[in-house]
Design a protein around this ligand. Sequence first.
Ligand code: GDP
Ligand code: MN
Length: 379
Amino acid sequence: MNLHEYQGRALFKAAGVPMPDGDVASTAAEAEAIARRLGGTVVVKAQVHVGGRGKAGGVKLAKNAAEAGAVAGQILGMSIKGLVVQKVLVVPAADIANEAYVGLIMDRDSQRPVFMVSPAGGIDIEEVAANTPDKIRRLAVDPRYGLLPHQALGLALFLYSDIAKARAAARIMEQLYTVFTTNGCSLTEINPLVTTPEGKVMALDAKVIIDDNELDRRPDLALLRDESAEEPSEVAARQANLTFIKLSGNVGCVVNGAGLAMATMDLVKYYGGEPANFLDIGGSSNPEKVVNALRIITSDPAVKAILFNIFGGITRTDDVANGIVTATKQFKVNVPIVIRLTGTNEAEAFRILKDVGMTALSDMDEAVRKVVGLVGGAA
Ligand code: GDP
Ligand code: MN
């Protein structure tokens, strides 16, 4: 789950990370009032779940309250990488002497939180990573001991040769590690971490991604979810209790069980197709889940054919067949459906489908080759 900057800032501040005080606004008038209260030059920042807001015109300086209102009026409602800005953050502008990067991610290879830091932070960090990777230093943290003081200082000295600044940055890294571990994050990032002309070190941005698996035990964090900023199909799937991840292909997949779903996607790719989604309707699927699954998949215009791959165990294949029939009565499915069913109540399932003129296969390989052939893949 992605957090907005203003939400991430609250977690950072609770851990003691130095950041300018600010506030969030939904209208230009609110932004102007905040800027008036803060006084002086402010920065108005689009609150959307993407990086690169600065380059897209979503981060602007304003010299006074009136200008902040005008700038907020421009940013609110603008679209950044397809996301419409609904809120802006207004913060006092900092004087920047230098911009560094500090990120902490959960790394699958080392199975540890890994720090990545660079003295060349700011809006071009992706280019730094691509062109001058030696300007980035990595450190995997052993979760048994946490980030040790000498490790934090070592990373900080890669950013600043000045010991006072390095000590300040080391503290911030320890605080960032605390945010990461106490909130079940998969990513926490400060870009830019700045120094001011007076030598102060502080964070001017806050990016936080919370591991979705953390949310059941942290209802306080779950409340931070902004569904209006998420992929609509994934929101609908979550509300329908389906495990769904949108992908970029054209073969819609409806499968029961995560392992079978992975195997199905592998086979689709093996025969030259591209899955449009990962979707697990779960163990004890009822017909309604199937209806919801089909509704979500057919709302994606990229989907050119749909593959059902159901292995009936606890899942009753007649329930799935009933779901398919109900769905096609409730709304028009304009793409071909290939159905593979086997297991519990399969004779009943085949009969239900036959009654409405649909057929099902029992062989997975055959079904996958058929659906890939239908979308024009190399079957
Ligand atoms: P992002 O582009 O989405 O990562 O948004 P950031 O919050 O990182 O802002 C982008 C850039 O705007 C930063 O790298 C800074 O150069 C600039 N910026 C942000 N806040 C301030 C500020 O308080 N003062 C000044 N002078 N520039 C700022
Ligand atoms: Mn940033």
